[in-house]
Design a binder for this molecule. Sequence first.
Ligand code: PEP
Length: 260
Amino acid sequence: MRKPLVAGNWKMNGSSASSKLLLDGILAQAKTFPSIDVALFPPAVYLPQVQQAMQHSHIRWGTQNVSSYHKGAYTGEISATMLHDFNCNYVLIGHSERRCLYAELDLDQLVLDRIIAEKYHMAITEGLTPIVCIGESPEEHAVGKTEDVIGRHLDILIEHQGVKALSQAVLAYEPVWAIGTGRTASPEWAQEVHSFMRERVAKHDPVIAQSLRILYGGSVKGNNAAPLFSQPDIDGGLIGGASLDADEFVKICQAAQAKI
Ligand code: PEP
């Protein structure tokens, strides 16, 4: 049985005052989801605050990005070693907002895939669990290219890192058309894609494929999490907007707890 994981991506939201309220609200209800893994991804400046608040709970933390370099003249970047310094357990890699909104858009797709694979390597070298985000764009979705896109991302990751490295990772299926749009994938659709992902990994290593956690992300809320999480290949969620509201986020965590 894979342990469900619920990850809250705060994106670029909050202040120290609002983060305190959010953290207090989640912590106060943490006993209602005791057997799942939960991780919070605040903006990096609030990491020490999250670390301080959650250190004695089962809730962990990480960042929304990591540099593909060790150290040096890379202004604005944060290395995996620095994340380790703040006892981070996880890091998000390849979130579609980074793939699409930053210089990453101008890069040749192969260069982008290589950078993502390098970030992944940095994360596992420092003992962090990378949560690798993969998903098709609205255009790709409209012309039925989902499996081509997802398959290509997985193949590149496996080619660069070797399938064994996936035993230290989590995958997140995040269809870009569902992120922040209120248009959640149906449980059946998400299950089909998750099952495709697991089978693709199983071609290289069936044991790793069986133990690999695959999260669904894209407009998950308290009222739609349970049917998604009840699918056999959906092992939890990567939550954006709804992770900014303690009660909503807790409801999602409770839906994951109910899977156990
Ligand atoms: C995300 O940021 O990864 C995400 C899934 O956002 P939302 O839940 O708001 O769609």
